[in-house]
Design a protein around this ligand. Sequence first.
Ligand SMILES: [Zn+2]
Length: 530
Amino acid sequence: MFYLTEKIEDIVKARMYARQQLIEGWDQGVIDNGCILIIGVGALGCEIAKDFALMGLGKLILVDLDTIETSNLSRQMLFRVGDEGRPKAEVAAERLKEMNPYLKVDFYFEKLQKLPISVYEESDVVIAALDNFNARLDLNKICLRLKKPMVEGGTVGFEGHVQIIIPEGSGLSYKNKKREIDNLVDARLWEITEMEYPEYFKAQRKIEELEEDIEQIREEKINPLIRRFRKEIELVFDWKYAPEVLDQTPCYRCLVPIPPADDKLVAACTLKGLPRNRNHCVIKAEVNFEKKYGHRPDLNLNDEVLKLKEIAQEELEKLRERVFNENIPIEERSSLTKEETEEWKKNIEDTFGADYKFEEMENILGNKIAAIQTVSSVISSIESQEALKLLFRVNGRNIGDPMDPPYVNYNGVYGQFDHLTIIKNNDCLACGEIEGEENVHIVVPFDANVGYIFEAMKLSEHKLDPELWMITSPMTKEIYWNPYMPSMKDPNIKLTSLKIKNNDIITLSPLGKALVESEIKKYNVIITFM
Ligand SMILES: [Zn+2]
């Protein structure tokens, strides 16, 4: 009986996957035994998970630390009305099992940084379907360390991109070997001088002069040299060039050397002063809400969003009034006609926008970016396709090379795809030669002092003990803060009085115990004033 059921299952599967088996080079066994880890089960993650569930993948691992919100239902195709509040990874796993009962799905309602290492290790390919830089940077680091191929994608409004990342030492050959050898031969030819190879140059001139002799001369004087270089390069290609040009791509960090400042910093700065734009008013309203009701507003509750909107509206009106008063001195106000006053008020309203709408609260506080299902499905499908080819490659098979260059951009307005050449950065903090450094971008209030630098570092998740770190200027070597010298240890001194300007870079270096214990030996910190 058991034998029979199993046989029926095999027959059903064979029928299900019959069409894809017709693709040249396909081996359903690779898919059956494959394991793919998807980090982020949002619009992209849902689509990608669905693709692999339908194709009959052996095992999917889903990771997401969020719960389902109403605004997700317009794009995240595994979720339905009524799922709000439940963990995304869990609901997705249920739906995928309904789609394909033969699929094995593990799910984690957890941060990617907290996953057991074994989860990464058992995966053949890792797919990033994330919505923020920092999670991508962390995942990039993990994949580089574990030598796991990673497919990364993202969308903003009508645009999106896909990048594939093949770490050094993964053993996956990436580029087309023949084409790379040709490129190297060409490059070699550009380097030679007439002194070294007078015959070659003479021959080149003859070609121009005597067109009819071109073929003959080429064969006699040029092709031998090309053949010689090719032979030379072919001999050493595998050990000398292959690791660099064949087996790895630039990593995600190569493209994002300095991650943009954390939103928390911008919010913290906003609260130190008066709101100066539409978004500031909502951030301020959130704090006022907390003071009034004793908790932060729950954006899933309509009632609380409405109350928040009301407070934000008050702030917006105060802002409009403040700008009006700043622009028109008291003594002039009485002389303005009614029409002139209305005109001013209308201009101010145009600058700061109309009254708030309900959905703006969540969009602003969550720092949400534009997203639409049509673009998500284009980008997610490319991610799935690249991951599929990599899955075969990891298993020693080939149904197509990974896309080259390894980065594609999609513009949904023009319906255009652009392959971008991206370059591996030798100074990359994740895959390059520099070790123990970190670049950080911080946003500080205009009147910030030296002490605030440590606060801002803490907010961007680099908690440093002010007693163990020194701050200097990399250009002038001037010391701004040295905990070991009482005269260099005034946290209240203003950054502006130290002549630190907008977008200047400062250096934080460890001392004493931190010098021994900190993994990072140097922070390069860009300071933006707001
Ligand atoms: Zn890199």
